[in-house]
Design a protein around this ligand. Structure first.
Ligand code: ZN
Length: 340
C-alpha cells in the first residue's frame, strides 16, 4: 500500500574534469509516499563538510545581550497572565517555558532548554531534551484545557544554531498552538485521514511495516521506530514514529525519555559528519484528526562553503521543492552505526 516512487533523469554534457568526454549524469526525483510531494536528490554520492567552528559566534553572542541567561531571564523575559499559567512561567528540571516575545500564533511560547548559554552537539544531554519537551507538552496541555478553540494544531520545534534559523545561540525550543495547521502539518494530517479512510489503517503503521529490515530502517528503541525519510525535506532527514500516539495526551514521560536518547544518537551522527546545525519538529494531531500518528522529524542544516552559501535556494523558496545532496540510503548506512 506504500508507494516509494522514484523517477530518475539522465543529463548529458561534455565534462571539463574528464577531458571533455561526453558523460551522462543521473539525478532523481522522489514523491513522498503520504503527501505525494516532490523532492529532489542531487547526484553527489560522497558529500563531506569541513568542520564549522562556532567559537567566535558564541564568544560574540556572550558579549551581547542574551535574554535567556541566568540573572537576565528573571528580569527580561515576559510572563504569562496569572489566570492562564499561575506563576507566569512553567519549569521542568532546568528547562523554563516563557511567552514568545514575538508570537506568530495565538499561543506561542519559548522553552529555554538550559541555563547554559551554549551547548555544543556533544554537550546536549538527553535529560535536557526530555525536560524541555516535557515542559513544552505541559504548556500545550494548559492551552488545550483553557482555550480548546486554539488547541487544534500544535507542535514543538527547534532551530539549533543560527544556520538553522536560530536567532539566539542560547538553546531554546518553539512551542505553538492555534486553530489552523501549518502548511505541511495540514497537508500531512489531511493525507493521513485520506489514507485511513481508504485503507482502514494508520499510514505510519504501514510505513514501518514496509520499511522493516530495509535500507532506510534504523529500527525500534521500544515505543519509537526510527526511519531515514524516503523523500527527505533536507539532508539528514530522520523520522521518529511514536507508535500508537496521536495527540499531546498520548505522550508519556517514558516516550520523552526514549525520544531524547534517540535524538542524542541522531545529533551524534550530525556531529560526526560536521553538520553544524539542525532543525527538529514534533507533530501532534488535534482530537478530530483521523489516522494520525505523532512523529518527530530532524534535518541537518548547513552552509555551502567556502562562501557561506545558504542551504535554502530558489528551489525551496520559490518552487517549494526540497532537495538533498546525498541519497537517504547512503546516509542510512552511517546512521545505523549510531542507532545501534
Ligand atoms: Zn544566554
Amino acid at each position: 500500500m506504500i508507494n516509494f516512487r522514484r523517477v530518475k533523469a539522465k543529463t548529458r554534457f561534455h565534462d571539463p574534469t574528464k577531458n571533455f568526454e561526453l558523460v551522462e549524469v543521473e539525478s532523481e526525483k522522489r514523491y513522498d509516499p503520504l503527501t505525494g510531494r516532490l523532492v529532489r536528490v542531487f547526484p553527489f554520492r560522497k558529500f563531506t563538510f569541513t568542520r564549522h567552528d562556532w567559537t567566535p559566534f558564541v564568544e560574540e553572542s556572550r558579549q551581547r545581550f542574551c535574554p535567556f541567561c541566568p540573572g537576565v531571564i528573571e528580569k527580561a523575559a515576559p510572563r504569562f497572565p496569572e489566570d492562564f499559567i499561575p506563576g507566569g512561567r512553567l519549569q521542568v528540571g532546568q528547562s523554563v517555558l516563557i511567552p514568545n516575545l514575538n508570537p506568530y500564533e495565538t499561543h506561542s511560547a519559548v522553552v529555554v532548554m538550559s541555563p547554559e548559554h551554549y551547548l555544543s552537539m556533544r554537550d546536549i544531554e538527553p535529560s535536557v531534551m526530555r525536560d524541555s519537551l516535557e515542559v513544552g507538552l505541559n504548556y500545550l496541555k494548559a492551552v488545550a484545557e483553557k482555550d480548546p478553540d486554539n488547541a487544534g494544531y500544535s507542535s514543538i520545534s527547534w532551530n539549533y544554531m543560527p544556520y538553522a534559523g536560530g536567532s539566539l545561540i542560547h538553546p531554546h525550543l518553539q512551542v505553538i498552538s492555534g486553530s489552523v495547521p501549518c502548511n505541511l502539518d495540514g497537508e500531512v494530517a489531511a493525507a493521513a485521514a485520506g489514507y485511513y479512510d481508504r485503507n482502514g489503517r494508520v499510514y505510519w503503521d504501514d510505513l514501518i511495516e514496509a520499511e522493516k529490515g530495509g535500507e532506510r530502517d534504523l529500527g525500534s528503541t521500544g515505543q519509537i521506530h526510527w526511519l531515514v525519510s524516503f523523500a527527505p525535506l533536507a539532508m539528514g532527514d530522520v523520522t521518529a514514529v511514536i507508535k500508537g500516539c496521536s495527540t499531546i495526551w498520548d505522550i508519556t514521560p517514558g516516550h520523552l525519555e526514549e525520544l531524547a536518547r534517540g535524538l542524542k544518537k541522531i545529533i551524534g551522527y550530525y556531529d560526526s559528519i560536521n553538520m553544524p546545525a539542525f532543525n527538529m519538529a514534533m507533530y501532534f494531531a488535534g482530537k478530530e484528526n483521523k489516522g494520525f500518528c505523532c512523529t518527530v522529524r530532524t534535518v541537518g542544516r548547513f552552509t555551502l562553503f567556502p562562501l557561506v552559501g545558504s542551504d535554502i535556494s530558489n528551489m525551496q523558496m520559490l518552487h517549494h521543492d526540497p532537495w538533498t545532496l546525498c541519497a537517504p540510503e547512503d546516509m542510512a548506512v552511517e546512521l545505523k552505526k549510531f542507532i545501534k
